[in-house]
Design a protein around this ligand. Structure first.
Ligand code: DQA
Length: 156
């Protein structure tokens, strides 16, 4: 199976009630449930975590990267502030994809810069919970290609 850790940053525990006009009404539990269903078809072993604390997120990234797991990360506000998270991704060698529910480029200027994007394989934003689904699919394909063991979805 393909190990993938989905890591969620600060305030994402409030999804569903947090600024629904921007983030929608799905809760983080809803997103996790849908990803777990998707993971079965992708042969992905999914770990799903959320923290409001930068250091804890750094620990999650290190653990994933050092174990060889892929990282799908919505670092939330830390995207725009955290050198520590960027260094955790590059330092642990994690293959990572950055995701956001909202289109950060259509929002305030301070959300246009990401400290982690340069050390990620790619960025997906603006699709609501679908950003997670697209990110999981892309990361599973990248991980399978890296291991030289393409999934059925990538071999066609
Ligand atoms: C977010 C976008 C960030 O700018 C913001 O700080 C968040 C959520 C998103 O998923 O759209 O907390 O990462």
């Amino acid at each position: 199976m393909i190990p993938i850790h989905v890591l969620n940053g600060p305030n994402l525990n409030l999804l569903g009630r947090r600024e629904p006009g921007i983030y929608g009404t799905a809760t983080l539990a809803d997103i996790e449930r849908d990803l777990r269903a998707q993971a079965v078809g992708l042969n992905v072993d999914l770990t799903f975590r959320q923290s409001n604390h930068e250091g804890e997120l750094v620990g999650f990234v290190q653990k994933a990267g050092l174990s060889g797991a892929g990282v799908l990360i919505n670092a939330a506000a830390y995207t725009h502030t955290s050198v520590a998270l960027r260094d955790a991704i590059s330092g642990s060698g994690a293959l990572a994809i950055e995701i956001h529910l909202s289109n950060v480029h259509a929002r305030e200027a301070f959300r246009h810069h990401s400290f982690i994007a340069p050390v990620c394989a790619g960025v997906i934003c603006g699709f609501g919970p679908m950003s997670y689904a697209l990110g999981l699919d892309a990361l599973a394909r990248l991980m399978a290609a890296r291991s030289g063991n393409p999934t059925d979805q990538t071999s066609s």
